[in-house]
Design a protein around this ligand. Structure first.
Ligand code: PSU
Ligand code: MN
Length: 304
């Protein structure tokens, strides 16, 4: 089996049983604008370190799947020129062609599992898109959560997705969705989606035990840890909902379709909120990196 090429730091930590947190690269290449994306990628890695774990950013660089990137590789991903977006379906093809690509939640989970990394922190997962009953647009992230044994820390999913359907699919797939510190499922920029989360766990040690129990039971797949955005950074749903509706109408009127819809919506929302969605995004990704480090520490301690 192919395993990712590990940086010396990541290889050393894994060999010694020290905590490691995987980070994705699609958020860097395709989710945030240059040069804020590079700054944030560095800040997030710093948060993992401050939390006592080693960051392992995942990407395919010139055909090699890597976990733990040096500064030139990270900058190349942040500039985004010629960088593909890789989900489960794209990963092996990109490697076979010797190309460069940023990994989504699904592809990052695949790499993390093969490297022996238990925990992965990001901003938001992909989910069921609005209108999926006709478009069938459902992110491969959901099925990956049912297959790869990685605990994924995210702030729920963006309200531009259909959150009730996303939770239904996760339930069908048998993916535990654990809200942290509250009963509600978070909605990315907002703490409360208005939907109850299926499960709640406030203590990183308990989340670590649930991760290990799942493995011990021989259950495939991981768990989704739904960590609400820090209160001081949130944009409440009531404020955001009309702006989302406006952004959707404008993007549809321009005839944008397919993979281009989400980036176009995010860009429009950033303009409509004068950059507040971007600041909120940065705050939640940093917080998720911290929580991921705490969970990774507990898993490492339980294994020691
Ligand atoms: N949600 C965000 N920001 C992101 C993504 C999701 O708030 O950057 C990215 C993640 O990499 C996620 C991917 O895995 O989009 C989902 O894409 P798709 O719906 O095409 O599977
Ligand atoms: Mn899709």
């Amino acid at each position: 089996m192919i395993r990712p090429d590990l940086s010396d730091e990541v290889a050393g930590a894994l060999a010694a049983g020290r905590p490691v947190v995987a980070l994705e690269s699609t958020i860097v290449s395709h989710g945030l604008p240059w040069p804020r994306n590079l700054e944030l990628a560095q800040e997030v890695a710093g948060e993992v370190r401050a939390g006592g774990a080693v960051p392992a950013t995942v990407a395919v660089i010139d055909g090699r799947l890597r976990a733990g990137l040096d500064a030139p590789a990270l900058e190349r991903l942040a500039r985004g020129v010629g960088v593909a977006k890789l989900s489960r379906a794209d990963l092996a093809v990109c490697m076979a062609e010797g190309r460069t690509g940023a990994t989504t939640v699904a592809a990052t989970m695949i790499a993390a599992a093969r490297a022996g990394i238990d925990v992965f922190s990001t901003g938001g997962i992909g989910g069921v898109h609005r209108g999926a009953e006709t478009s069938f647009d459902v992110s491969a992230d959901l099925r990956e959560l049912a297959q790869s044994p990685v605990t994924v820390v995210a702030s729920g999913a963006k309200a531009i997705l259909d959150l009730p359907k996303t939770l239904e699919v996760l339930e069908t797939l048998g993916v535990p969705v654990l809200a942290v510190g509250q009963d509600a499922f978070p909605a990315f920029w907002a703490r409360d989606s208005g939907l109850p989360a299926p499960l709640r766990m406030d203590d990183p040690a308990a989340i670590a035990r649930a991760h290990l129990s799942r493995g011990a039971l021989g259950l495939a797949g991981g768990q989704l840890v739904a960590n609400p955005i820090p209160a001081e950074a949130e944009i409440p749903l009531a404020e955001l909902a009309p702006l989302i509706a406006r952004a959707e109408a404008e993007v549809a009127a321009e005839g944008v379709t397919g993979k281009a819809v989400t980036p176009a919506l995010l860009d429009r929302l950033r303009a409509l909120t004068e950059g507040r969605t971007l600041d909120a995004n940065a705050a939640l990704v940093r917080a998720n990196a911290r929580l991921g480090a705490a969970i990774a520490q507990e898993i490492a301690a339980a294994r020691a």
